[in-house]
Design a protein around this ligand. Structure first.
Ligand SMILES: Cc1ncc(COP(=O)(O)O)c(C=O)c1O
Length: 390
């Protein structure tokens, strides 16, 4: 082990790997992963678009090219933002690469960054690998605690504030627009970069406008986007939107990592945006996921009644449920696995991994039938847990 860098020796344990093992196990109904519904992957559409690209694109598409990404895709992406052009877009190998680029660009050992509590597990692990000092700001269903945040900005001088303000992972919550405005004001006052990770924004089940930091704070914010949730994760296609002064540095970090993301997929996706097929596909996802969300809500209410608390997510992929305060969901997870149902215990989404009564349940991957059975199994697991711990 000594031959490895200290960052490897001190690497945080990965619950992600455990989730993936569990998902693979036969007979388990998994609400654990943040996975799309495989039956909705638009295989025929992808085949058609790939064939079209193979027929029409020049041989040069196979050649090495600059790291920023195909102009065809960047200009389509730029249109989704009100304040940005294609020179403010960098195509990435998934938004996970965007996170890695941010760490390379901003974090020296011991530098402070701020995250929501709770926050995205793989980002927390990554920030720890880069030896960041992670500070947490409390999150509620209305947004972050801006008094706490101001105090952290003032006293800790963070390099950036990483947030998922819309349909968050793990909670499914969205900050109110007033909160977003206040965070922008604080970011300007204390000169802190806001990273808006936005993988779930397009999966919107209610008619409500969500403000983005690109509008509120164009020069001091970075937006991370991805096609993993709206198309397929396997294309590994995402993007970063930022002011050009940041983007040039990010581009050079990307060059050092993988030179460029595959252009073939960029052309295909650019075309799908242009011909309107991606939009149509997202509409189908929204219709289906809304029904699944409602099925999980109904099942949770029927099985658990008032013994759990949750907000109905207005978008995204997750329910964040709170059991009775005395329940440790990490222990409940072990019982649930034996009842053939999986979820993610809330503690893994916090820096210190302390026991919590919270759990994240994904509603997009399982079938409606499995959602009903899985929630029943979860209720059974809770009954067994209570019998053991009373
Ligand atoms: C908040 C958040 N950020 C980033 C990612 C990574 O997505 P990608 O597949 O684009 O790398 C995920 C995936 O679940 C996520 O939930």
């Amino acid at each position: 082990m000594e031959r490895f860098a200290k960052r490897i020796q001190n690497a945080p344990r990965s619950f992600t790997r455990k989730i993936l093992d569990v998902i693979g196990a036969k007979d388990i109904i998994s609400f654990a992963g943040g996975l799309p519904d495989e039956s909705l992957f638009p295989h025929e559409l992808i085949k058609k678009e790939m064939n079209y690209s193979l027929e029409h694109l020049p041989r040069s598409m196979y050649q090495y090219s600059q790291a920023q990404g195909a102009i065809e895709l960047r200009s389509e992406l730029a249109k989704t933002y009100t304040n940005s052009n294609e020179n403010q877009i960098l195509v990435t190998t998934g938004s996970q690469q965007g996170l890695d680029i941010l760490c390379k660009a901003f974090i020296d050992q011991g530098d402070t960054i701020v995250v929501e509590a709770p926050s995205y597990l793989a980002a927390l692990n990554l920030f720890a690998l880069y030896d960041a000092n992670i500070e947490e700001v409390s999150l509620s269903s209305k947004g972050v605690d801006t008094v706490q945040l101001e105090n952290l900005f003032k006293t800790k001088k963070p390099k950036f504030f990483y947030a998922i303000p819309t349909f968050q992972n793990p909670t499914g919550w969205s900050w109110e627009n007033e909160c977003k405005k206040e965070v922008s004001r604080l970011a300007k006052k204390y000169n802190v970069v806001v990273i808006e990770d936005s993988p779930y924004n397009a999966l919107k089940y209610e008619d409500k406008d969500e403000l983005g930091f690109e509008e509120l704070l164009p020069e001091l914010s970075v937006t991370l986007g991805t096609f993993s949730k709206t198309l397929v994760p396997d294309f590994r296609l995402g993007w970063m939107r930022a002011d050009e002064k940041f983007l040039k540095v990010f581009q050079s970090m990307k060059e050092n990592t993988d030179l460029q993301s595959p252009k073939f997929f960029q052309y295909i996706v650019a075309n799908m945006i242009k011909d309107g097929n991606l939009d149509l596909h997202v509409k189908t996802l929204i219709e289906t996921y809304r029904v699944k969300r409602d099925a999980m809500k109904k099942a949770l209410k029927e099985e658990f009644g008032k013994t759990i608390e949750f907000e109905t997510p207005k978008g995204g992929m997750f329910f964040w449920i709170k059991f009775d305060d005395k329940i440790d969901t990490m222990k409940l997870f072990e019982v649930a696995i034996k009842s053939n149902v999986a979820f993610v215990p809330g503690s893994v989404f916090y820096k210190n991994d302390e026991p919590t009564p919270y759990a994240r349940l994904n509603f997009t991957n399982a079938t409606i039938q499995d959602i009903k059975i899985g929630v029943k199994r979860l209720k059974l697991a809770l009954t067994q847990y209570n019998a053991k711990h009373d």
